[in-house]
Design a protein around this ligand. Sequence first.
Ligand SMILES: *Cc1c(COP(=O)(O)O)cnc(C)c1O
Length: 456
Amino acid sequence: MLSKNYQRKIIPVSWCNFLTDYPDIFDSIYSLDKKPIMNLGKQNVAPKQPLTILKQSFNRVDKEIQIPEELRELYLMYRPTPLCRAVRLEKRLNCNTKIYYKYEGNNISGSHKLNTALAQAYFYKKAGVEHVVTGTGAGQWGTAIAYACKLFGLQCTIFMVDISLRQKPQRASLMKMFGATVYSSPSTETDVGKKALLQDQKRMGSLSIASAEAIEMSNRTEKTQFAIGSGENCVLLHQTIIGNEAINQIEDEQATFPDYIFACMGAGSNFAGIGLPFLRKMAEIGNACHLVAVEPVACPKLTKGIYAYEVNDFSGSTPISKMYTLGNDFIVPGIHAGGLRYHGTSEFLSGMYYNGLFFACSLGQLEAMQAAALFFESEGLLVAPESAYAIGGAIKYINEKRMPLENKTVLINISGNGFFDFAAYQDFNSGNLNDEYPDPVSIKESIDKLKEKNKF
Ligand SMILES: *Cc1c(COP(=O)(O)O)cnc(C)c1O
């Protein structure tokens, strides 16, 4: 194990407040006069969150935000996370691109989600909250927040997407072991859930339904509040610990800075977390650095969606945001990468993408799992199906020479481990894995509806 001194030297002391790096984008998104009041949501109540966290989401002044010492001490449990060179993968690909990866799967949640869960639980506790309610898709977020709540003595209720709960019941067991109450969503606990049950006969569920259920419950009592695993600026901010830490590691080892960074794109927290600190750093030292977001063909919000105002959740009770989206009632095929099944993208990242500040590509799940299998053989790491897309994207760019990657350095963010995802690997190994293309008609219908609401 690393010495505590080394750990304390490498674990960042602050988060990178990227909001201050793009003032024009900040203005274009958050100036009130630009937000049309539309017939999208019922009442646009903001989910309840402590002021400290809300302030983090809209802080346009402080370039760096200090990580509280108590929280840094907790990060010592599993940080710094490994930054490694994938030497054997480079050999297998027979390329002269240097490939580094940062591995965030080394904690009980199995993913980067614990970074923000600990931060949110810390700030909630400080704000006097007693009960935290949330929705979880694949279950990494649920596990992370259940554990964080346990550490801070907070009560925790989790709505878990039904299809994921059936695929990964072990994750729900972990949450319960940490004392959380877990409901399969859609549930009969809330009005939103009951309404969704009527429409969703196959009981697939979706993160937007689970979140809507959590928001409804969080509005029942004063001391109950809503926590969220991704998308919000504050969550992206907490995740910049990944990029800041990788920068410290590279400087400490005098290794090469990356020219390209690949991360999978759900609502954007691991992508922003690794990428945005590097964009700042590279601009400071005058080098170019390109970010590539990799999304599944099953849920192609950046590559096939539109930039439009949309509600974030199924009930339409959250504030509208302008984002790349496929529409909030678009039903995403049941791919293994549950964490990438969200219909939209972070508001701020959407603004950045609209302004051409990063690239995006989409990948079928077969190609992603092929990449994960190759990574497993060469590096000995079983990665989450979500992270498989980041690896697959990088391999695709290298093999297809999409960009001049010869003699360049690539950094891949491995957002999680695949220990609860054997089903994905089994399907892949037995040849039962297909590329799940969404029905083009359903994408078109959902987008037409959006255009109508946005009056395009
Ligand atoms: C939640 C999750 C994702 C997707 O979420 P982002 O906010 O886009 O990072 C990706 N990988 C894993 C392992 C996850 O748990």
